[in-house]
Write a new protein. Structure first.
Length: 574
């Protein structure tokens, strides 16, 4: 594409490159080796969450370099930068997890500030781990400049004694070890082979769930979410993403033109159909907030309720992301759903074509057992279910993929933080049939809404995963399995019913009906409420404190600003 195609007078980068008054600004670009012709092109931010914190992110800079090639070949000038990423697998099970959800906001904010500060005209975003995917897409929707998202790819499955394994097997191995079901030597052998390459966790956990969302919502090129991180095919998708963003600049097709209400419904459908992470019920409302679209937990849950579960993926099923790639990738899931009438085929995507047009040449692969047609689903309703009731007036969420029973009732055993619950589980200080309640872990109360994978995996490793239920105002990892209910709202720290539970209270969960009830008389609860005071919070400074002060309810995505509805001037129009 010829750079002369682009009219700089209508692009944000004119503020730093055009006219005599911008001579000082241009001098900086000459200092970095740019030519006058390159300075006169559109400037494209190429952001990745590259770091050496975890395998999720280690391959992202390589892919960013490939995206820059695509931008340059299509007539743009790429400007690479990095943002942070907090990797949940390492942050899990200790105070570090309080940083996880906060990092989603920091990622979005830092991309926004870099783009605003340097007046870039478009964005290619490459992300690899959990919060970095929604954080990057939130920035795209907030800025509303032409943008293409690309997933950095999943890790290859490990092999342990003839079976594919993921990091979740290691987390569950900790529980097996504590229960005397695995030796220290076996656990060490498992940890050494579980994660054999670069890439994000391989099951249908949060990273792969949000990667599928990126294709389903139309912000990523078809098929780009599929190939594992080590595969060189990822680089070709990166080049194509760089070229695609330049076409979007030429056409001025923007993220909010793509991420419509229908597109969000498509995204939620894919989450339910694949037994995806419950975190999607947090991230989709947060992304919608950036567009000014009302799409909360209950909207997501309504779609979950009517969507068939068709992908047999871990943690509830058998397969991992590499298996999806080998049978045709995310387009296979989308094709099955479109043919079954569960997707809006008229939604525009970053290809410039509609979802239906993108899938017109895709033939559903019938010679595989990873993704089923909607006429023969694993179950008729989605792998994720929304709940509401006296214990959760503002909703809650549970992953039911792989669960054998959808009802549970039992006495509460209450813990005031995750550490106390994990210690009790490790010591066997609980009983079969109980409902373990972990509270004061919500967005404000945590602060930071921690995930509880260490505790849930330990329960499963002990063989107790389906013999107790666990409820929290915090979150669960996409890797969690078992009867685990998260996002309970209102959270305990703001006086929600979960903060009023006492040991022995009967809690009843019905994931079939979508209810979560606390069997305590309203008058008794009111007496408890009058005696209740919020416990002191040790986090009074820094980013986590700022998050606690600004964050809203989980129902609306735990967002920290008013979003697109309150917008006066869009960055893309400066």
């Amino acid at each position: 594409m010829d750079a002369k195609t682009f009219d700089k007078s209508k692009l944000p980068s004119r503020h730093v490159t055009v006219g005599p008054s911008r001579a000082p600004h241009r001098s900086y670009y000459y200092a970095m080796g740019l030519t006058e012709e390159q300075i006169n092109r559109p400037f494209v931010g190429v952001v990745s969450c590259w770091n050496e914190a975890a395998p999720c992110n280690i391959a992202l800079m390589r892919q960013a370099q490939a995206a820059k090639v695509g931008v340059n070949e299509a007539g743009g000038t790429p400007r690479e930068f990095c943002t942070i990423s907090v990797t949940d697998g390492i942050a899990m099970g200790h105070q570090g997890m309080k940083s996880s959800l906060v990092s989603r906001e920091v990622i979005a904010d830092s991309i926004e500030l870099t783009m605003r500060g340097h007046c870039y005209d478009a964005l290619v975003g490459i992300a690899g781990c959990d919060k970095s995917l929604p954080g990057t897409m939130m920035a795209m929707l907030r800025l509303n400049v032409p943008s293409v998202f690309m997933y950095g790819g999943s890790i290859l499955p490990g092999r342990f004694r003839g079976k594919d394994v993921t990091v979740v097997d290691v987390f569950e191995g900790v529980g097996m070890y504590s229960a005397g079901k695995m030796s220290a030597n076996d656990l060490h052998e498992l940890e050494c082979v579980a994660c054999p390459s670069a890439g994000a966790c391989g099951g249908q956990f949060t990273a792969n769930t949000m990667a599928m969302v990126s294709e389903a919502i139309g912000l990523a090129l078809p098929g780009s979410a599929g190939s594992p991180a080590p595969y060189e095919e990822r680089d070709s998708y990166a080049v194509a993403s760089g070229k695609a963003v330049m076409r979007l600049v030429a056409e001025q097709l923007r993220p909010r033109d793509i991420a419509t209400r229908k597109a969000f419904e498509n995204a939620a459908t894919v989450v339910a159909a694949t037994g995806g992470s419950t975190n999607a019920a947090l991230h989709l409302p947060a992304m919608a907030n950036e567009c000014g679209i009302e799409f909360d937990l209950f909207d997501v849950a309504e779609i979950f309720k009517r969507t068939p579960y068709i992908a047999d993926l871990k943690p509830g099923g058998q397969f991992v992301a590499k298996d999806v790639f080998e049978i045709g990738g995310v387009p296979q899931v989308l094709k099955a759903l479109l043919d079954g009438g569960f997707l809006h085929g008229d939604c525009i995507t970053v290809t410039g074509r509609t979802m239906a047009e993108n899938l017109a040449s895709v033939t559903f692969n019938t010679n595989q057992k990873v993704v089923y047609p909607v006429s023969n689903p694993l179950s008729p309703t989605g792998g994720v279910v929304g709940l509401k009731g006296s214990l959760a007036p503002e909703g809650a969420i549970v992953k039911v993929a792989g669960l054998k029973k959808l009802q549970f009732s039992g006495p509460a055993r209450v813990f005031e933080c995750e550490e106390d619950a994990f210690a009790a589980v490790g010591a066997g200080n609980f009983k079969e049939g109980e409902v373990l309640v972990i509270r004061y872990e919500g967005p404000k109360g945590g602060p930071g809404m921690r995930e509880m994978l260490s505790t849930t995996a330990a329960l499963y490793g002990q063989g107790m995963g389906d013999k107790v239920a666990l409820i929290t105002d915090g979150r669960f990892s996409g890797a969690t399995r078992g009867f685990c209910i998260g996002h309970v709202g209102p959270e305990a720290a703001v006086g929600g019913p979960i903060g009023l539970i006492e040991n022995g209270d009967i809690i009843t969960i019905d994931a079939d009906k979508g209810t979560l009830e606390l069997d305590v008389d309203a008058a008794v609860l009111e007496t408890r409420r009058k005696a209740w005071t919020a416990p002191p919070n040790a986090y009074q400074t820094g980013a986590i404190r700022k998050f606690a002060d600004q964050v809203g309810p989980a129902r609306f995505g735990a967002v920290t600003h008013r979003g697109g509805k309150a917008e006066v001037v869009c960055y893309a129009d400066i």
